[in-house]
Design a protein around this ligand. Structure first.
Ligand code: ADP
Length: 271
């Protein structure tokens, strides 16, 4: 957007002088729009789970003399409130990332180790879906950044790959270093895939290809928006390749950290 919008504020400084203040409103306006849309999305997205919690609480109240129903309603209440808690945390995380908060206290992160841990964290879920998850390639590579944020980003891609995989299929993860100083983390599945029309949109917050199924999977539609903003704040990007019915590959690309200086050899004791 190249339009320069000027907001002119006039302040009367007595009967004859007027002070004019001009400022660039372009970025401020854009951020206002982003914020307004985000708030509208949030209200919409929270309405359904809040309504469920309210209804379940009422139902529980009326089921007092039926222990079976009490147990069932209480369990669903626990699930729905856990979901609400998850969505709330993701909204907070995403609004922090969207505010372009600089990565604080960036540290050197060994990406191959981070990916291995993210895979290990998802092994139980993979086993429960009978999906074979494996690291296919693992270059040693490091980046500078916030380890917790990058861990969440990689986890979100792996969790999605498992969610949208068919039973008995495979999820493969690769870490590659390209010649031009880019570290790539690629997560490939053989799942349902994404139609071309949706490919660009899956990174939008709250966007889901299939609303009905998304509700069953318990997703918030924020996972990929969090991935996108995290990698952008790290100076990288995220790409997707997909074919409906064949599967998808999501690739995070990050600038590689310079090699650590090799320590000087200890001087041998003076003869
Ligand atoms: P959700 O919480 O719904 O998974 P995401 O932001 O992580 O939200 O993903 C947005 C949408 O993109 C999902 O609802 C799904 O429709 C689609 N999607 C994401 N990852 C995959 C994948 N690996 N295979 C197929 N569809 C995917």
């Amino acid at each position: 957007d190249t339009t320069l919008l000027l907001r002119v504020r006039a302040a009367r400084l007595g009967p004859r002088y007027v002070m004019l203040l001009a400022e660039d409103r372009t970025e401020a306006n854009r951020l206002d729009d982003v914020r307004r849309d985000f708030v509208a999305n949030i209200s919409h997205e929270l309405k359904t789970p809040i309504a469920s919690v309210t209804l379940l609480a009422e139902a529980l109240d009326h089921a007092a003399d039926d222990p079976d129903r009490v147990r069932r309603f209480a369990q669903r209440l626990t699930e729905e409130s856990a979901r609400l808690g998850r969505i709330t945390n993701e909204i907070i995380e995403l609004s922090r990332l969207q505010a372009h908060e600089a990565i604080e206290g960036a540290e050197r992160i060994e990406i191959d180790a981070l990916v291995r841990q993210a895979v290990d964290q998802n092994r139980v879920i993979a086993a429960s879906k009978r999906v074979d998850i494996a690291i296919k390639a693992k270059s040693k590579a490091a980046v500078y950044g916030d380890e917790a944020l990058l861990r969440v980003a990689v986890h979100n891609l792996i969790a999605n790959a498992l969610t949208y995989s068919h039973e008995g299929s495979r999820v493969g993860i690769g870490v590659y270093r390209s010649a031009d100083g880019v570290v790539e983390i690629a997560v490939t599945d053989q799942g349902i895939g994404i139609a071309e029309a949706d490919l660009d949109r899956v990174f939008e917050r709250f966007y889901r290809v299939d609303q009905a199924r998304a509700r069953d999977t318990g997703g918030s539609g924020l996972g990929l928006a969090i991935v996108k903003h995290t990698v952008q704040n790290h100076g990288g990007d995220v790409r997707v390749w997909s074919q409906p019915g064949r599967g998808s590959t999501f690739t995070i690309r990050l600038p590689e950290a310079a090699a650590e200086p090799t320590p000087e050899p200890e001087p041998s004791p003076a003869a």
